[in-house]
Design a binder for this molecule. Structure first.
Ligand code: AMP
Ligand code: ZN
Length: 475
């Protein structure tokens, strides 16, 4: 099936052409592990996951690399001035930088897994690739792209790269607007950025390494260029990240990489829009107030309700989060799960109908393959549940595919719903069901029917399935 994606570089929705037939390699900018991830970060992770699943269902072998940033991401608006977010987080938590990196990575992965995201093929930590980052800076130095600012670091001279800023249509003038740090005056161009920062003379850093230029640490952008090239090669298919990253971080990644690899380095750039709060502000870790997935769990929602909420929107549109929206999503999701649960209890599911399977498989996969229109796929799924034209076996087989494509675990949650609901039927209903089972084994069909009517009148449904009798509460 044709796959189409919006490419930030060309500002067009383009047909995807793989570098190697049947294979897709992509790199996603992952979390900076100085604090808990928030549900905005998790929105990006869900879209990455849909991208991956969509390619897999189209028959591709996918190589996904997502980094863990555990050094070098600075607090300044330009992200290479100010304090290191990791060192600041360690001081806040009264732990070592290494300890908080491990702690918040583990927490991030717990959320990542609870949202049913498939783990990346590789999850490199920036601190494990210092040699590669030093090597990248050396190569850029040999090619004449760098200069040193005494006492500060090695900088990239953006005037040497004519295509600088192409990712955002050349609009990088505001890149340094927020930078207020004095040594910025020493930069040759306002858009220049740090490749290697020297450790401060007056303070001992917990994370620092020796380099040809002196003791210090890599600039934030260096890790993504160095690790992606190492793990995916000098030319790969797709690079993703949140929309905040295109203007500086990805622009700088391109500037660092293309002189080394020869253009182009990445074929498609995919950016995910923000999750925002009611007033339209980006949810951010540095912005103070933010919600983690734990807040979602604590309010009693299944984390997959959040995933469902995200899939109701489109990745190129900002989404305003509210608990009302979560309630609506919870109802919608539960309804779907309930209807799948009913399908599983169908006593006459029929034989798999291949023609119908193919037709609906296509109807559901097409919108997702067309620039990841998950909301349209969800509309198709509703229609599939409604139609009388497809038997239960075929619908169940299609839901197995839907679960692979969207990761909403409809079948798993439906099975769980059937199990809990038969367990939690009140004692008097269970007594009626037991009496009915006894009547059935005594072949007293009239009595069995009478008991079924009583169970029904009490608001419960009793169904005999291949796995035994199931009792479910009526919707
Ligand atoms: P960070 O941990 O801040 O480095 O971000 C990890 C990933 O989440 C990056 O791809 C960011 O672009 C993305 N991200 C950050 N904030 C949001 C948000 N509010 N909505 C969607 N994605 C975000
Ligand atoms: Zn990155």
């Amino acid at each position: 099936m044709t796959i189409r994606l919006f490419n930030t570089m060309t500002r067009k929705t383009e047909e995807f052409k793989p570098l190697v037939p049947g294979k897709m390699g992509f790199y996603s900018c992952g979390p900076t592990v100085y604090h808990y991830a928030h549900i905005g970060n998790m929105r990006s992770m869900i879209h990455n996951d849909i991208l991956k699943r969509m390619f897999i269902e189209n028959g591709y072998t996918v190589h996904h690399v997502m980094n863990i940033t555990d050094v070098g991401h600075l607090t300044g608006d330009d992200s290479d001035s100010g304090d290191d977010k990791m060192e600041r987080g360690a001081a806040r938590d009264h732990k070592s930088v290494w300890d908080i990196a491990q702690f918040y990575t583990d927490e991030f992965l717990r959320d990542f897994d609870d949202l049913n995201n498939i783990r990346p093929t590789d999850m490199p930590r920036a601190t494990d690739y210092i040699a590669e980052q030093i090597d990248l800076v050396k190569k850029l130095q040999d090619l004449g792209y760098t200069y040193e600012i005494s006492g500060d670091g090695i900088y990239y001279d953006t005037s040497k790269f004519p295509a600088y800023g192409a990712l955002t249509g050349g609009s990088v003038a505001g890149n340094r607007a927020g930078a207020r740090v004095e040594y910025n005056d020493a930069k040759r161009n306002p858009t220049d950025f740090a490749l290697w920062k020297f450790s401060p003379k007056d303070k001992k850093r917990q994370m620092e390494w020796d380099s040809p230029w002196g003791i210090g640490f890599p600039g934030w952008h260096a890790e993504c260029s160095a690790m992606s090239m190492k793990l995916l090669g000098n030319h790969f298919d797709i690079h993703t990240g949140g929309e905040d990253l295109s203007r500086i971080h990805h622009t700088n990644e391109i500037a660092q990489s293309e002189p080394i690899t020869g253009a182009p380095w990445v074929n498609y750039w995919v950016h995910f829009s923000f999750l925002v709060n009611k007033s339209g502000d980006k949810m951010s870790k540095s912005g103070g107030e933010f919600l983690g997935l734990d807040a979602v769990r604590k309010r009693g929602y299944d984390p997959l309700v959040y995933r469902y909420l995200i899939l109701l929107g489109h990745y190129q549109t900002q989404l305003a989060f509210s608990w009302d929206a979560m309630d609506a999503a919870a109802n919608g999701y539960k309804n779907l799960v309930r209807r799948v649960a009913e399908l599983l209890l169908d006593t006459e599911p029929g034989a798999l109908d291949n023609a119908k399977f193919d037709e609906w498989h296509n109807r559901i996969l097409s919108p997702v393959s067309d620039n990841m229109k998950t909301a349209e796929a969800l509309v198709q799924i509703q229609e599939l549940l409604r139609t009388n034209d497809v038997n239960a076996s075929t619908k169940i087989a299609l839901f197995e595919f839907v679960d692979r494509l969207l990761g909403l675990d409809f079948i798993g949650r439906a099975k769980r719903m059937n199990d809990t609901e038969s367990e939690t039927a009140p004692a008097e209903i269970m007594a009626l069901a037991d009496a009915r089972a006894a009547a059935k084994s005594a072949k007293d069909w009239a009595r069995a029917d009478e008991l079924r009517t009583q169970i029904d009148a009490a608001g419960w449904t009793v169904v005999d399935t291949r796995d035994g009798t199931k009792i479910t509460k009526k919707a």
